[in-house]
Structures are given as structure tokens and as C-alpha cells.
Design a protein. Structure first.
Length: 349
């Protein structure tokens, strides 16, 4: 009888505990989805490399030895289209990732699968959330909006030298931002390929801060030359809200900290930014997770580009200016719809 009474009391206590609502569960899943993404991009490559080095000095040395042999055998795969896995691109986790901000994709014009495209992705921000979510995951419906188009996103070639991280990147459709890799997708992979390039790159991330929209584009013309050499149409895209996801400590031009950032950028390909976001416990705490702010990526109209094997500097400059005008129009036509005011301007350096 005593045991029965104790059990009943325990049940009453358990039932009195408030269960998490569906909204709380969704919020937790969204937070975990973003957490795994941030940790993967910041730590997966480095941690995997350290683990494999440590295993070399244990009885499990055959594991890193075999993997090293595999990397040598597979060395050129990232520059030959990689290994896209549709199942990974359509993971349910990416839907939770999308809903955390949320991220939205807006189509303004059709893209014909009979052509190849270079999509200019702006701005870089800190971790390129808009570009990753829209062009790598299937969570925002790019393939449904643009049937017959396969998207690829370029990133630093050095990332594909890190163990396991390279497999993770390739499975999603990322490729090195090199002439060889982009040229392969635009010339030897059929048509219907859209290669997204975050043109501002590491230099632009140093100017990333809320309320300021500055792009490093004026002297970035290599993507236009590639488009002309392969007859790939140019497509501008802009992710409104990308710069609001983190807070960055911005060092003034000429300062010694800015000088250090520039040197690191030249040596290793990316700029070490001093930034912070929210913590795990609440929006008010500080940490390394992005803030939950809406990101809307608007894909503009394709700019038809002729195929010219050896384009002149004047021709490159002409299409570069046409691209900038198209990007400015895309920004001005949509800025008031997605969080900016009529007086906000796009600064191109």
C-alpha cells in the first residue's frame, strides 16, 4: 500500500511538471541545427586533422594512413565537380536551420537550364548564411523555383585540404573558388549549372556590420572574365539582413589591428574577424551563434554574356559595369521590402 501511494505521489508530481510546448521544441531544434552548422565550419576540419595526427602515434595508425592514401588518390575531385549528395542537401536539419532566422529565397526572373550561370552573391557577411542556405541546402526551394538548375557554391581551396571537412563540403555541392574548378563546372558538366561566388570574399567580411552595406567589387573582375570565356550568364543576388547576424569589432583603416588582419588575409586566404553573436542560453547572452534575424536572398535577372575565348580588358570592363548596374538596380528595387530605408545606399569599393 505504501509503495502504491508513493507511486501515485510520484505520478502526480510528474504530471504537475509543465511539458515543453511545440513552439519550445521547434526553437530548440532550430538552435541545435545552427549550432551544428557553426561548429562544423569552425571546428570540423581542425579537430579532424588533430585527431588523425594523434592516431598516428597509437595502435590505430592504419586509419589515418589509409585516409591519407585516399586523399592523395582523390586529390583532384573537388575541382572536378566534387560529390554532391542529394540526401544531405535535403536533410530535415536544414529546414530547422532555415526557420531559425528565417532565410527566404525570392525569384525575380527565370533561369533557363540550357545555359550555365555565375551567380554573384552579396554581401559576404561573417559566415555567408544566405548563400549557404539558398545555394547548398534544399530548404528554401531553389530547385523548385528554378527547375533544371544545379547550384554550386565556391569557397577557399584550402578548406578541401582538411580531412573529413572536405567530404562534408563536397557532399553539399561546394567547390574551390579556383579557375580550374569553376571552369570545369561551366564547360565540362553540361548545362544548367549555376556557380555561386561570394565575390567580396575575405576582404569584404572586415567591413561587415549592421546598418552599413559596403561591397568589395570595383576591382574584382575575374568572375566576369570567366563568364566571358565560357559564355556563362551573370546573375546578381543580394542577401538582405546578412550583415545583421553578428556584431563585429571593426578596426579603422591604418590601425595596427587592421594591418594584422590584412596580413593574415594575404597569407592564409581569409581575414580573422573579431565578432560575436548570441549565446546558447538566450538572445541577450554573448556567444558565437548568429542572431535570429531575417535573411532574404533576392536573385536578379540573368545578364546574357557572349562566349569569347580571349576577352579584351575593355570587354571585361564593359560587362563588369553592366553587372554593377544590375546589382545596384536589384538592391534599390528591393531594399525597402526587406528591412532597409529608402535613403540606404549600396557602397561599392
Amino acid at each position: 500500500t505504501g509503495s502504491r501511494a508513493s507511486l501515485q505521489a510520484a505520478l502526480r508530481t510528474l504530471l504537475a511538471v509543465p511539458w515543453p510546448s511545440q513552439r519550445d521544441v521547434r526553437a530548440a531544434l532550430q538552435l541545435l541545427a545552427v549550432l551544428q552548422w557553426v561548429l562544423s565550419f569552425l571546428l570540423l576540419g581542425t579537430v579532424s586533422l588533430l585527431v588523425l595526427i594523434c592516431l598516428l602515434f597509437t595502435s590505430f595508425w592504419t586509419i589515418p594512413a589509409l585516409y591519407l592514401a585516399w586523399i592523395i588518390f582523390d586529390w583532384d575531385t573537388p575541382e572536378r565537380g566534387g560529390r554532391r549528395l542529394s540526401c544531405l542537401r535535403r536533410w530535415t536539419v536544414w529546414k530547422h536551420f532555415r526557420d531559425y532566422f528565417p532565410v527566404k529565397l525570392v525569384k525575380t526572373h527565370d533561369l533557363s537550364p540550357s545555359h550555365n550561370y555565375i551567380i554573384g552573391s552579396h554581401p559576404h557577411g561573417i559566415l555567408c548564411v544566405g548563400a549557404f542556405c539558398n545555394f547548398i541546402t534544399g530548404s528554401t526551394g531553389f530547385e523548385e523555383m528554378f527547375p533544371g538548375i544545379r547550384t554550386f557554391l565556391t569557397t577557399l581551396a584550402g578548406n578541401f585540404r582538411l580531412p573529413l571537412f572536405r567530404e562534408y563540403l563536397m557532399s553539399g555541392g561546394l567547390c574551390p573558388v579556383t579557375r580550374r574548378a569553376i571552369g570545369y563546372l561551366l564547360s565540362q558538366n553540361g548545362t544548367g549549372n549555376a556557380v555561386a561566388i561570394v565575390i567580396g570574399g575575405a576582404a569584404e567580411s572586415l567591413s561587415c556590420r549592421p546598418g552599413v552595406t559596403t561591397l568589395i567589387l570595383r576591382n574584382r573582375k575575374g568572375f566576369v572574365r570567366m563568364a566571358l570565356q565560357h559564355g556563362a550568364f551573370l546573375v546578381p543576388s543580394f542577401s538582405f539582413g546578412e550583415n545583421d547576424l553578428f556584431r563585429q569589432v571593426v578596426f579603422e583603416e591604418g590601425s595596427w589591428m587592421r594591418s594584422i588582419q590584412r596580413r593574415f588575409q594575404k597569407m592564409i586566404g581569409f581575414a580573422p574577424c573579431v565578432f560575436y553573436g548570441r549565446g546558447l542560453t538566450s538572445e541577450r547572452s554573448r556567444g558565437f551563434l548568429p542572431y535570429a534575424r531575417p535573411v532574404t536572398t533576392v536573385v536578379g535577372a540573368p545578364l546574357a554574356v557572349p562566349k569569347v575565348q580571349n576577352p579584351s580588358r575593355e570587354l571585361v570592363d564593359t560587362y563588369h559595369e553592366m553587372y554593377i548596374r544590375a546589382l545596384l538596380k536589384l538592391f534599390n528595387d528591393n531594399k525597402t521590402k526587406y528591412g532597409l530605408s529608402e535613403t540606404d545606399e549600396l557602397h561599392i569599393l
